[in-house]
Design a protein around this ligand. Structure first.
Ligand code: F6P
Length: 381
């Protein structure tokens, strides 16, 4: 008979923080199953990221613990006001390829306060938690690093962000799925672009990083990709880009797909989506007096959160399982260290929170841009 998970067996706590990323559910399923089946260690799911820990720390301890031990798995997850849930096999059944995160995610400003983190640490220790796994992006892993420095709790971070802006790993969870989604989106826009002989300008997410846009451009065959650079893009720069499209049109091209990352800086700075700023500059160029394509239609679109959702790609599900495996092995090692799971040189392992960047991370971004340029060579027909 399977016994109910309980605090007596010192659970591993797991939370998802920041923007959701495809692969988070696959990770939760893998970590729960590996922990329960291989190590016989219970898993404590934290709802809504650090906010769940903060909420639990504010509750009366004994009734909170009693509630968690009574309302297990899916029952706990549908109980309003229960921030911690002991997971069982069925709680993670059927979620491997689903987007979002069944435990919920959040950004938690309160957690920035040292005294709030101290209360959280005290609560986790009182519960007998053996390790905390934090799955998320840059800010979430910084929070995990702080907890590791401020306590003797075992802390493991897991990179999950569609931005792929964490330089200690070649890939974060969610990137592969988001690239797939962008390729799908570009294909759809291409149909209309071709049919109407249009230029479609699509804005991708990625915060300050251009990695997502670059990967999507290579994989989708987009004609042009514009990614963040320390030097802002001026109106003159935008006209140069439009002129390049014009040369392609003169050579016989009928349409163009332009990807622009949301983090691209423009001059003069304006709080407006980059796709619209660029579209206006392009229109001005093409509509100029005597221009050869004055009727050319330019359409901007901001792709937004569709990039974060949807069915998780097999690659992300596999990476999630590999990260979960590495995390649990490290947690179960008597002399295991704190750190983050990382994919480096094809291998998955644990590296310190302050690990140096993957050797090729900057060059890789540059290489992606050059690769895209060589592939598009789109001014010729
Ligand atoms: O970090 C992931 C991300 O999707 C970024 O690419 C984007 O800038 C941001 O989150 C959007 O955040 P929100 O969901 O709060 O709008």
């Amino acid at each position: 008979m399977i016994k109910n998970p309980s605090f007596a067996d010192r659970p591993v706590a797991v939370l998802f923080s920041g923007g959701d990323a495809p692969g988070m559910n696959a990770f939760l399923r893998a970590v729960t199953r590996i922990s329960l089946s291989r190590h016989h260690v219970p898993v404590l799911g934290v709802r809504y990221g650090y906010a769940g820990l903060v909420a639990a720390a504010k509750m009366d301890f004994e009734p909170m613990r009693a509630q968690v031990e009574t309302r297990i798995g899916r029952w706990g997850m549908i109980t309003d006001g229960q921030p911690l849930v002991l997971m069982d096999h069925s709680a993670v059944s059927g979620i491997v390829g689903t987007g979002g995160t069944i435990l919920g995610s959040a950004r938690c400003l309160e957690f920035h306060k040292a005294e709030v983190r101290a209360d959280v640490i005290a609560m986790l220790k009182k519960l007998g938690v053996r390790a905390l796994i934090v799955c998320g992006g840059d800010g979430s892993l910084t929070g995990a690093d702080l907890l590791a420095k401020e306590s003797d709790l075992r802390i493991i971070g897991v990179p999950a962000t569609i931005d792929n802006d964490l330089d200690f790993t070649q890939m974060a969870l969610g990137v592969d799925t988001a690239v797939n989604t962008l390729v799908w989106a570009v294909d759809h826009f291409k149909d209309t672009a071709r049919a109407h002989r249009r230029v479609m300008i699509l804005e991708t997410m990625g915060r300050g990083s251009g990695e997502l846009a670059r990967l999507a451009a290579i994989a989708s065959g987009a004609e042009m990709v514009i990614t963040p650079d320390p030097k802002p893009l001026t109106q003159a720069d935008m006209k140069v880009l439009a002129a390049s499209i014009e040369r392609g049109m003169k050579a016989g091209r009928s349409h163009a797909i332009v990807l622009i990352a949301e983090g691209v800086k423009v001059e003069p700075e304006i709080k407006r989506n980059r796709a619209y700023v660029l579209a206006d500059a392009f229109k001005e160029h093409f509509e100029r007096e005597g221009g050869p394509f004055q009727d050319l239609e330019i359409r901007p679109s901001v792709l937004g959160h569709l990039q974060r959702g949807g069915h998780t790609s097999p690659q992300d599900c596999i990476l999630a399982a590999r990260f979960a495996d590495a995390a649990m092995k490290e947690i179960m090692r008597p002399d295991g260290a704190n750190g983050v799971t990382a994919l480096r040189g094809g291998h998955v392992g644990i590296v310190p929170f302050d690990a140096p960047p993957v050797e090729d991370s900057e060059e890789r971004s540059e290489a992606y841009l050059h690769l895209h340029e060589s592939l598009s060579s789109w001014e010729e027909l």
